[in-house]
Design a protein around this ligand. Structure first.
Ligand SMILES: Cc1cc2nc3c(=O)[nH]c(=O)nc-3n(C[C@H](O)[C@H](O)[C@H](O)COP(=O)(O)OP(=O)(O)OC[C@H]3O[C@@H](n4cnc5c(N)ncnc54)[C@H](O)[C@@H]3O)c2cc1C
Length: 302
């Protein structure tokens, strides 16, 4: 189809999240697909390149979720384990960039958001859309992996929380059921001033998908890393959480972590491929260099 065919789609607005999940569940039970449209920056592009629907096949119903209040939270919530930042699924990159609380308490998200597409994409694209598309190149998802985010989803069966580590099952597949709507992500707030890293290697800064991107957040005490989260884009079929690198960083004082051990840990954790954006070898080279630099940055803090 082309974008001019869009008028043949029905665009609906659900009056509430409860109504939305009920409609999605009803249609899913009847084998019908429902599109949740947030910023449209992934979905509309996909429509341009997909083949026309076979005759007789109904267009999916498109539900605009971009203004649904339940998906628009951007606030600090207090929980048992301390303060947490809740970011609604329909929060845009521009809102992340402009939020004072994000800038102060989770600057990794603000830095990442500043590197997504250009201003037009940042104004429309949402964190929920990035998560739902589930591309291994997704920048927002890499940051959420580093922050060990919890993903809140809702369906007619109720609301549940999926820890990021239990979300992704393979290339663009996840443990979220087809009738579960992404509501928000929650992250345990790092301490004020906690070191973080956001490095995106791409053909250009704006409008380019990452060849490799590294997101990281850490806490350092007396030369040892006490919290270490990383997420890496475009080096595996899913966003890479680098478990071997995480274990290494926490295992000994930073000064005792040598470059060769870091390289071996990165090699154990990633499986990059050659594709139109880059090569396996260059991605592996970047992945190692970025993690080494991140650990050096932490070591320099003492
Ligand atoms: C020019 C351009 C540049 C880009 N640059 C980057 C970049 O630098 N980095 C990057 O990571 N991405 C980039 N993207 C991809 C895209 O902008 C992001 O993935 C964005 O976060 C998608 O969000 P959206 O709200 O537009 O999603 P939409 O297109 O509205 O939706 C995407 C998918 O998510 C589903 N969805 C949306 N909201 C929900 C929800 N609440 N619950 C369940 N499912 C939902 C939709 O049904 C759809 O399947 C770029 C895209 C373009 C066109």
């Amino acid at each position: 189809m082309s974008l001019t065919d869009l008028e043949s789609y029905e665009l609906l607005h659900a009056p509430s999240l409860a109504a939305l999940v009920a409609l999605v569940a009803d249609r899913h039970a009847s084998g019908l697909h429902t599109v949740l449209l947030a910023g449209g920056t992934d979905w509309l592009v996909e429509q341009e390149s997909r083949p026309p629907l076979p005759s007789g096949v109904e267009h999916p119903v498109v539900l605009d979720v971009s203004r649904m209040p339940e998906l628009r939270a951007l606030e600090v919530v207090s929980g048992e384990g301390g303060d947490r930042l809740r970011v609604g699924a329909a929060v845009t990159y521009l809102e992340l960039r402009r939020s004072a609380v994000v800038g102060e308490r989770a600057p990794l998200l603000a830095r990442m958001a500043a590197d997504v597409g250009a201003l037009q994409i940042q104004a429309r694209g949402t964190i929920g859309g990035n998560l739902a598309t589930a591309s291994p190149a997704a920048d927002g998802v890499a940051a959420l992996a580093a922050l060990d985010a919890d993903v809140l989803v809702e369906s007619v069966r109720g609301r549940r929380t999926i820890p990021f580590s239990a979300l992704q099952t393979g290339y663009k597949t996840s443990t979220r059921a087809p009738d579960e709507v992404l509501v928000a992500v929650e992250i345990a707030l790092p301490s004020r001033g906690a070191p973080f890293v956001w490095r995106k290697v791409a053909a250009r800064r704006a409008q380019a998908i990452s060849k490799v991107a590294l997101a990281g957040v850490a806490e350092v005490e007396d030369g040892r890393v006490t919290r270490f989260g990383v997420g890496m884009a475009s080096v595996a079929p899913v966003t890479a959480r680098l478990p071997t690198v995480r274990a290494l960083a926490l295992s000994r004082p930073i000064a005792e972590i040598d470059a060769a051990s870091v390289d071996r840990a990165v090699e154990a954790d990633v499986s990059p491929i050659d594709d139109v954006r880059s090569t396996r070898d260059y991605r592996l080279h970047c992945a190692k260099a970025l993690v080494r630099a991140w650990l050096r940055q932490l070591g320099a803090r003492g």
